[in-house]
Design a protein around this ligand. Sequence first.
Ligand SMILES: [Fe+2]
Length: 232
Amino acid sequence: MSSTLLRTTPALRGALRASGAVKPAAGLATSFVRGKATLPDLSYDYGALEPYISSKIMELHHSKHHQTYVTGLNSALESIAKAEEAKDFAKAATFAPLLNFHGGGHLNHTLFWENLAPASREGGGEPDGALKSAISSDFGSFDSFRKQMNTSLAGIQGSGWAWLVKDKTSGTLGIVTRANQDPVSGNFEPLLGIDAWEHAYYLQYENRKAEYFDAIWNVVNWKTVAQRFGKA
Ligand SMILES: [Fe+2]
C-alpha cells in the first residue's frame, strides 16, 4: 500500500475497489492512489424511469451531480499523491474529508444507478427466492420492510441515504442511514440504496419527498439487489 493516508480509510478504499468504482490507470501498478474514477454509463435512458423519476432529474443527477463527485475524487487522489511524493503527510491528511465526500458520492451513486431499472423492464414489483425469504424473516414481510425503509428515509435530517444492508457476520438484513455521502462500509454490505438528497427529487416532487420515497419502489431493480445479496 503506497498511501499513508489511505491506510486510515480502509473501508472506503475497499468499498471503492470492490465495486469497481475506481479502476487502476492503464499501464500502472494496481495502486489506488493512481486509479482514475470515471462516470459509469447507465443501462437505461434518462427518460426510462418516468413517470416515477423525471428525465430532467436523471440527466442532471447523473451527468452533473455524479460527475462532480468523480471529478472531486480524482482531484483529491491527485492532491494526496502529490503531497505524499513530497513526503508531506500532514498535508495529505487534510484531503481526507474530500476523499470521503467525493469517494463516497461516487461509490453511492454507482450503486444507486444499478439499483434502478425501468418499470417496463426489471423495475418494481417484489423480490423473490432467497432474498424474499430473508426480507420476510428479518422484517416480517416485504410490505413491512418497505415501510421501515420509507420511515428511515423520512427521518434523515438534511442530505443522506438509506440502505438495505446485509451483516457479513450474521447474514441478517438491516436498514442503516448515512449522512451526506458517507459510504456504507465495514461489516455491512450495501444491497439497495435510496438517495434522499434534494437533488434526487426536488425538481419533480418539490417538498413532497414522501411521494418520491413511495414512487421509487416502482423502479427498484430487485435483480441487482438479489445478486448483491447472493454474493455478500
Ligand atoms: Fe444523488
